[in-house]
Structures are given as C-alpha cells and as structure tokens.
Design a protein around this ligand. Structure first.
Ligand SMILES: C[S@@+](CC[C@H](N)C(=O)[O-])C[C@H]1O[C@@H](n2cnc3c(N)ncnc32)[C@H](O)[C@@H]1O
Length: 369
C-alpha cells in the first residue's frame, strides 16, 4: 500500500517494506530509496554488518562517520544500534549529507522498526537535530498529520508533536527542548533501568546535518572520516555522487583505516573508486550473492577482494566511470559526456565479456580434467 505526498522539493511515496519498516519511492528520479525486502534490514546487511565493527573500529577513541544521502536515516540509525549493542565507549561524530531537509527532520519520527526495542536511537538523533527541527517551528507536523501518510509515523511522536504545537508550551527555546526530550525520555526510555543506564553516554553522540548537494557540502568538510555510507540513487539515473571526482574528494577526507560502503555493484563505480586510489572489494550476502561494494585505503579492510571476473568487467564499456570535474555539472551533462566517451573508447561490451569469460572458465576446467 503506497501513499503519495508532495514534499517541498520532491514527489515521494511512503510504503511499508517487507520487514515492516517504512520505505520511500521518488517519482522525480523514478527510483526507490529502500529495498522493498526491508529498509531496516538492508541497512544492516549492506552498510553496518560489513564494517566488521568489532575488529576494525571498536578500539578507536573517537569515530567520525559520514552518512551521504541520509534520507530518513536507516544507515545512521543502524550504526547507532550497533554502537549501543557493542557498548563502545568513545565519542561518535556523525555528519549527514542530504538535499531534502524534510526527510532529515522527520526521520526520528518515522515507523522505522527501532522504536519498540531501541527508542533511544530516535532520542539520540533528536538531541542533535532538535534546534534545526524547532527552527522550522514544527511545520513538519503538517506532513506528519497528513491523513494519507500519518500511519507511517510513530503515534507516540505524533501525539507529542501535536501537543507541543498546540498546547501549553510557550517556553523559551532551551526549555522547549528540555521539555520535549524529557517527555521522550520519561515515556519511552527510563522505564527500563538497563536502557536508562546506557543514556549516560548519549552525550557522546554528535550528529550534524549538512543540507544541500553533497558535492558542495563535502568541499567544506575538514575532518578525516573512519566510515562513509554512500547511499545515492542508482548511478545510471543519478550519477552525481558516483563520479571519479566525487570519489577523489572522498579520498581527501578519509583516514587510512577507513571503510566506504555502498549497495552498488556497478563496474563503473568500482572503477572510479579504484582510480581514486582506494582498494576495492565486494560485499556478499548470506547466500554468497553480490550485494554491494566496499573501499578502503587499507587493503586489510577488504574481506572479499575483486576477482578476475569483477576486474574484467571494469575494463568493459560497463566499467567506464562518470566524470564531473567541476563537481557542479547537471545529471544530463554527466550522462551525455559519459555516453560520448564510451562511444569513443569503443570497449568490449559487458555481455560479450561475460560470454568470453564463461567459455574461458569452461576451457580451463576441461584442461584440468
Ligand atoms: C537512496 S536514497 C537514500 C536512503 C537513505 N540512506 C535512508 O536511509 O533513508 C537517496 C537520497 O539521496 C538524496 N540525494 C539525492 N541527490 C543528492 C545530492 N546531490 N546530495 C545529497 N543528497 C542527495 C535524496 O534526497 C535521497 O534521500
């Protein structure tokens, strides 16, 4: 069951995905935001589990995370869940890059599947985002209370926001914030001593939103990041954040022991990552199927290296990467330049390579017998 809303900036549909968490569909880009199999489980399988957090990051005193294309925040939320599960004691800075501010601001209130067992995840996000959300003066309540879409938001938050807007709170900003957070803490979190105990370290999370085109926001970033989630729309539809030039920016702002994760298996994306200087690997799901790509400056962080087939594909016409030298070109211009360059290069097609590769493997097996 899908419901459409006209957001300020885009035309999106809300829907429930198969694991019960809310997903979105964008009509303007004609692309999904989340897997229909489960928005929440996708974040876990493709972005957080492959981090191998306990081995690769747990020992650090401070972690810098960059969530590119935050949307309604599944990757960040799942990462916070992981931090709470592992009882990591350091400081966690999460920077969010997203064009659609409405999505960022209503992300804590959505039925994301975390509320029942981990209400503290929304609480952590709200502590950081409250000032920005309040600055739009809860205009979001108009979206949240929209008849068609209200079933996609947690009833507790709907009640709280409504009361906050229409009721008796005429406090100054700081008291508003404290009252709002106190209500969440009191009703959802403090009931369990075990969870309440964890709150001692809520102050160790700092979440900063950068609203706007990630290509511009990234230029202003000066931290060195440990972990990058890259969750842009499909490269062939929106290549803006999959170009050689964008990956070169990511190279500039990442630690040696970094991990970049994405759901994309595209040969052109892998080629751009490699050309920017990263070691590149693939993500495999429980059934050993390809489910994404990872990159790092440290080859030891790459669990599943690309094999002869994957690197072979990178040298076909499917592996020609996108270019955006000014980090300011339109989608149309990037796609047009890519098409023209591909024609000039006149490389082997991926389907021809796949056939040739299969034959080659069969021959090798035959030789072994
Ligand atoms: C596939 S969705 C990401 C879903 C998200 N990670 C989540 O958990 O909900 C892609 C997101 O990228 C955002 N986006 C598209 N172009 C962008 C750009 N140039 N800079 C920053 N964000 C962008 C869209 O608004 C959308 O929220």
């Amino acid at each position: 069951m899908q419901e459409n809303i006209q957001n300020n900036d885009s035309n999106i549909d809300f829907l429930f995905t198969n694991d019960g968490s809310v997903g979105l569909y964008n009509y303007d880009v004609d692309d999904i935001y989340h897997s229909v199999f489960g928005a929440k489980s996708e974040a876990k399988d493709k972005f957080v589990t492959p981090l191998n957090f306990e081995n690769n990051f747990f020992y650090k005193n401070e972690l810098n995370i960059l969530d590119i294309c935050y949307g309604i925040g599944y990757n960040t939320k799942t990462f916070i869940e992981k931090i709470l599960q592992t009882n990591y004691k350091g400081k966690v800075n999460i920077d969010l890059l997203e064009t659609d501010k409405n999505l960022v601001f209503f992300s804590p209130f959505i039925k994301d599947g975390f509320f029942k067992n981990n209400p503290e995840i929304s609480y952590i996000i709200l502590r950081s985002l409250f000032d920005e959300i309040k600055a739009v003066d809860f205009a979001l309540s108009d979206i949240i209370e929209n008849k068609k879409v209200k079933k996609f938001f947690e009833p507790f938050y709907r009640r709280l926001i409504k009361r906050f807007k229409f009721d008796r709170y005429t406090y100054d900003h700081e008291r508003c914030k404290q009252a709002f957070l106190h209500n969440i803490y009191y009703h959802c979190i403090s009931s369990s001593m075990k969870i309440a105990h964890k709150c001692l370290k809520y102050k160790d999370f700092e979440i900063t939103p950068y609203i706007g085109d990630a290509r511009q926001s990234i230029k202003a970033l000066s931290k060195l990041y440990d972990i990058v989630f890259l969750d842009a729309f499909t490269p062939a539809k929106q290549p803006l954040l999959w170009t050689l030039d964008f990956f070169s920016e990511l190279y500039r702002i990442t630690q040696k022991d970094c991990m970049i994760l994405t759901y994309s298996n595209s040969a052109s994306v892998r080629h751009a990552m490699k050309e920017s200087g990263f070691f590149v690997g693939k993500l495999l799901d429980k059934q050993n199927r390809h489910c994404g790509t990872c990159a790092s400056k440290n080859p030891e962080f790459i669990k599943n290296k690309l094999d002869e087939y994957d690197t072979g594909l990178m040298n076909t016409s499917a592996g020609v990467y996108y270019i955006d030298k000014s980090l300011n070109s339109s989608c149309e211009d990037i796609l047009k330049e890519h098409k023209e360059r591909k024609q000039k290069l006149n490389l082997e097609s991926s389907s021809h390579f796949i056939k040739r590769y299969k034959n080659m493997r069969e021959c090798r097996q035959y030789e072994k017998i």
